[in-house]
Structure formats: structure tokens, C-alpha cells
Design a protein around this ligand. Structure first.
Ligand code: FMN
Length: 226
């Protein structure tokens, strides 16, 4: 399988990528898959200018001459696409959102009523691709923090596996290593599960999203450093 990771963290030592690396370790335990990690922050990706020339040309490319066409080529070639990024203002970071906006060359102008929604016809057979979203965030778990992101990912990616993990700065906090290790191990085992079944059970998703420590203790520990 070709596995593409779109790393949307702008940081050299991403909290979220700790989870993603553990997941990949389990997913590619036998070393049989090809993994490409694109650090989106290092790429030149202009915002979409809304010209729709991609739809006139219909070749799956963007007319803007920057790094997006390289990403589109990797996207087309991927069997599994992992979007790995921190939650920013209840959504994805803007440089990664620019990549998402500019996947529009992969669909066509024609619209289809599909169940209770409407979508564009695709140029690529997305039904054969699996999408995984791994998002870390700085707050403890609270209802609503990830709602907007989850809805966006569901409609953009079809039926993705979405993993929303609270308290991820703990993954780069040396004193919190005893709390981080079990979660990283759960991500590794989830990667193995995904390699076997191309999906994760709701129980696995719930376990991966379980906070590393109680929210009130996390807030207290963080506020002590302020
Ligand atoms: C601009 C900005 C916006 C953020 N918005 C949120 C947010 O809406 N909710 C949240 O829980 N954390 C938010 N955070 C915290 C990050 O999601 C958190 O620090 C995360 O662990 C960073 O992951 P990374 O190291 O992979 O980049 C925000 C951080 C920044 C810099």
C-alpha cells in the first residue's frame, strides 16, 4: 500500500506526529508499505484563487505553479491518506486547509445527489482510498472542541476514521512520559488493527481519544506553569 501522511503541524517536534508515528509503526510492522510524509509547512501552497480552471482542463491538476500539484500526485497515488495536524481554532491549520481547498481539481463540476447530501463527481475513485484524520489539541476533553472539524472531515473525506485526541502537549512533556507511553502504545496497536481490517472499531477509537489525565488535573497542572 502507498501511505501518504500530510503533516499539518508547523512544529519541528509535533505533539500530534508522536501519535501518527506510533500508528504508522503498527500499520507498517512488516515494512511492506511505502510511506511518504509531507511536511506541509515546508511547502509553497498558495490559497485557492477560485478560478475553476482545473475544472475546465479536467486533468486533475491546479493551474497555480507551486507545490500543490506534487501533493495532488501523491494523493492520487495513495491508498491510505493520513491527515495529521493540531486543532487550530476548532479546525485545521490554515496552511493545511489551503491543501484541502486545492484538492478541488480531483473533482468535477457535475453534481450528484447522494443520499441526503450533494457532492461533486470525482475524477479519482475515492472509494478505494482510506482516509484517517489524527488531530491533537491543547484543551482537555470538552464537548464541542472537535465538533466543527469532525463535521468538515466527514463531508470532505466520505467516511474517514477520525481520531481526536485531547491534552496532546503532554506528549512533548518529559515528566508526562508515564502518561504518554500507554497512549502511544494504543496508537501502535491501532495501526496493527487498521493494517488487518482497514478500519478501527468504535471501542478502539474511544480508547485512543481517552484523555491521558483527568481534565481538572490537566488544567491545574497547566495553570501552575502560567
Ligand atoms: C493558533 C492556535 C490555535 C489553537 N486552537 C486550539 C483549539 O481550538 N482547541 C484546542 O484544544 N487547542 C488549540 N490549540 C492548541 C494545539 O492544538 C496544541 O498545542 C497541539 O498539541 C499542538 O500540536 P502539534 O505539536 O502537533 O502542532 C491551538 C494552538 C494554536 C497555536
Amino acid at each position: 500500500m502507498n501511505i501518504l501522511v500530510l503533516n499539518g503541524s508547523p512544529k519541528e517536534k509535533s505533539d500530534t506526529m508522536h501519535l501518527t508515528h506510533s500508528f504508522l509503526q503498527g500499520l507498517n510492522e512488516d515494512g511492506e508499505h511505502a510511506i511518504t510524509v509531507i511536511d506541509v509547512i515546508k511547502k509553497q501552497i498558495r490559497p485557492c484563487i477560485g478560478c475553476f480552471q482545473c475544472w475546465q482542463r479536467g486533468d486533475g491538476n491546479c493551474v497555480l505553479q507551486d507545490d500543490q500539484n506534487e501533493i495532488l500526485a501523491a494523493y492520487r497515488a495513495a491508498d491510505v491518506i493520513i491527515w495529521s495536524f493540531p486543532l487550530y481554532c476548532y479546525g485545521m491549520p490554515s496552511h493545511l486547509k489551503a491543501v484541502l481547498d486545492r484538492t478541488i481539481p480531483l473533482v468535477q463540476m457535475r453534481m450528484v445527489a447522494d443520499g441526503n447530501r450533494v457532492r461533486h463527481e470525482t475524477l479519482v475513485d475515492f472509494s478505494k482510498k482510506k482516509t484517517i484524520v489524527i488531530s491533537g489539541c491543547g484543551f482537555p476533553a470538552w464537548e464541542g472542541n472537535f465538533d466543527g472539524l469532525k463535521q468538515q472531515c466527514r463531508v470532505c473525506f466520505g467516511n474517514p476514521t477520525i481520531l481526536c485526541v485531547p491534552e496532546t502537549p503532554l506528549l512533548n512533556t518529559p515528566e508526562a512520559a508515564p502518561l504518554a507511553r500507554p497512549l502511544l502504545d494504543k496508537f501502535r496497536r491501532a495501526g496493527q488493527e487498521f493494517a488487518m481490517h482497514s478500519s478501527l472499531t468504535p471501542e478502539t477509537v474511544a480508547a485512543l481519544e481517552t484523555p491521558m489525565m483527568p481534565g481538572k488535573d490537566y488544567i491545574a497542572a497547566l495553570n501552575e506553569r502560567c
